[in-house]
Design a protein around this ligand. Structure first.
Ligand code: 13P
Length: 248
């Protein structure tokens, strides 16, 4: 049975004192009915992994390089993330695609690097506002899926996150019908490519998920959890989202 996933992406937020949020979350959810993941900035990864050891909280990174080692100043590899205690890595977040010009091919290579290192890759896709207004959402998402998701994808090594770019950090959320349409299409694309085992690939919705809207979003078919930015920074808010996912 697939376990749903509540994933927090801390982006460029968090210092040593933020580890208290992880301690609080771990004590609130000693044995949760869903998986819980926090992806802190790389500077906190190993300390957070130590803090979360022996709890139900998993830890992951926000990006990785395509190579295991090498002359790449400022980058970290999937192997290093695993060594630091990470179990997941987000790849292809829209902020990486836009701030760093990452292509689908590069994101696919990162997902393959994650797989080689034994990490699960959370591969992000999503349309811009202009693309949605032009009626191209499904076409854009299909293109990103086809280009970014490597062969050999399974529910164990991959999670897909649908994050409409215009919904990230804006408080705007698609209608439930719009989320359902995209998630249904992603599921069909995954099954067409990887067979019925693709039912086990977790599809997360991301973009302004909050305690106030989590319940209705988790009721949408093929939404198997959330990738949460701002509302994952505080254990109280993220805990309410986790609790909604447990009930879904
Ligand atoms: P917000 O939840 O802050 O909108 O961020 C979503 C996101 O980008 C998670 O990866």
């Amino acid at each position: 049975m697939m376990r749903r996933l509540a994933a927090g992406n801390w982006k460029m937020h968090g210092t040593a004192e933020s580890l208290d949020e992880v301690r609080a979350l771990a004590s609130t959810f000693p044995s949760p009915k869903c998986d819980i993941l926090i992806c802190p900035p790389a500077t906190l990864l190993s300390r957070m992994a130590e803090t979360a050891a022996g709890t139900a909280i998993a830890v992951g990174a926000q990006d990785c390089h395509t190579s295991p080692t090498g002359a790449h100043t400022g980058d970290i590899s999937a192997e290093m993330i695993a060594d630091a205690g990470g179990a997941y890595v987000i790849v292809g977040h829209s902020e990486r695609r836009s701030d760093h010009g990452e292509s689908n091919a590069e994101i696919r290579a990162k997902a393959m690097a994650a797989k080689s290192a034994g990490l699960a890759a959370i591969i992000c896709v999503g349309e811009t506002l202009q693309e949605r207004e032009d009626g191209r959402t499904i076409e854009i998402v299909r293109g990103q899926l086809g280009g970014s998701i490597p062969d050999g994808t399974t529910g164990q090594n991959t999670v897909v996150a649908y994050e409409p770019v215009w919904a990230i950090g804006t408080g705007k959320v698609p209608t439930l019908a719009e989320i359902a349409e995209v998630h249904d299409d992603i599921r069909k694309e995954m099954i067409a490519r990887f067979g019925t085992a693709a039912q086990e690939i977790r599809l997360l919705y991301g973009g302004s998920v909050k305690p106030s809207n989590a319940h209705e979003i988790f009721g949408v078919p093929n939404v198997d959890g959330a990738l949460v930015g701002g509302a994952s920074l505080k254990a109280d808010d993220f805990g309410m989202i986790v609790a909604e996912l447990e009930r879904a």
